[in-house]
Write a protein that binds this ligand. Structure first.
Ligand SMILES: NC(=O)C1=CN([C@@H]2O[C@H](COP(=O)(O)OP(=O)(O)OC[C@H]3O[C@@H](n4cnc5c(N)ncnc54)[C@H](OP(=O)(O)O)[C@@H]3O)[C@@H](O)[C@H]2O)C=CC1
Ligand SMILES: C[C@H](O)[C@@H]1OC(=O)[C@H](O)[C@@H]1O
Length: 256
């Protein structure tokens, strides 16, 4: 097992990519702190995930708090330490993408997206890194960025800068935290079918276009992200820091 007895915090783990990563981390021997928004509708999903992780022989705790709140990282760290005694891996995954055109972008939509996806990530990474530094055993931090850190989207002008932002955050943190043995890397998923794009991909033409751009011939599944996240979290990646791992079925390199 690649993460035996490690404590892994994953934000946005109630659903989608974060959930798949949480299950795989538990399979690989880790206890997991599940971050989610705190909404009542997500609590049953979180309870089900905790049960699934316990059936795998590991344990989990949950923290429901807005990702954009600068205190949320401290709460996640506190839950990890009080329940499991340490923070070994931090996965910043929580994110939103409320598709909207640029010229009439509501200011609140822009500000909420940047606050949730980027500002919250900054403070949560800082909280996890301080705990890892105090523990003195190094650690691994992974930010779930996106192929959208590298390319644009007309309906994502508020979102793509946040994904470029967390990629850049990992690059700078790799430099800042390397001396403490803390590795920082970014995962760049392509198009993965989850609730974040359910409405967007309900448009069959759009869906077919996205599949057509993907050499592997299908959209991604949350489980496709779990192995790469575990790899970056594990000692298999002991000399990997400041890196970006694009996991997109080949979409980025497929121009014509
Ligand atoms: N799906 C895709 O194609 C891609 C996704 N990504 C990135 O992957 C990450 C996960 O996305 P994905 O799994 O697709 O999306 P989902 O919508 O399936 O899951 C989003 C997760 O983030 C949590 N979350 C949302 N808003 C907040 C908030 N304000 N505070 C705390 N938690 C919050 C949700 O919790 P709750 O259930 O409580 O709402 C949920 O657990 C995002 O950062 C996204 O940008 C990157 C590239 C491609
Ligand atoms: C939500 C989108 O479908 C998804 O988000 C990303 O980051 C990808 O680039 C896709 O556009």
């Amino acid at each position: 097992m690649l993460l035996n007895d490690k404590t892994v915090i994953i934000t946005g783990a109630s659903r989608g990519i974060g959930r798949a990563a949480a299950v795989e981390c538990a399979r690989q021997g880790a206890n997991v702190v599940i971050g989610y928004s705190g909404s009542d509708s997500s609590r049953p999903l979180v309870d089900k995930l905790i049960q699934e992780i316990r059936e795998l022989g590991r344990d989990a705790s949950a923290v429901g708090a807005p990702a954009g709140d600068p205190e949320t990282g401290d709460k996640l760290v506190e839950s990890a330490v009080s329940n499991f005694g340490s923070v070994d891996v931090f996965v910043n995954n929580a994110g939103i993408c409320p598709f909207h055109s640029f010229l009439d972008m509501p200011r609140e939509t822009y500000l909420e997206t940047v606050n949730t996806n980027l500002n919250g990530a900054y403070f949560a990474v800082q909280a996890a890194a301080n705990r890892m530094k105090d523990q003195g055993n190094g650690g691994a931090i992974i930010a779930v960025s996106s192929i959208s850190a590298l390319v644009g989207g007309a309906m994502q002008t508020h979102y793509t800068p946040t994904k470029a932002g967390v990629l850049s955050l990992m690059q700078s943190c790799a430099v800042a935290l390397g001396p403490y043995g803390i590795r920082c890397n970014a995962l760049l998923p392509g198009t993965i079918e989850t609730d974040i794009n359910k409405d967007d991909l309900a448009d069959q033409q759009k869906r077919d276009y996205m599949i057509g751009r993907t050499p592997l011939g299908r959209l991604g599944r949350p489980e496709d992200m779990a192995g790469p996240i575990v790899f970056l979290a594990s000692d298999m990646a002991a000399y990997v820091t400041g890196a970006s791992l694009l996991v997109d079925g080949g979409m980025f390199v497929s121009l014509q």
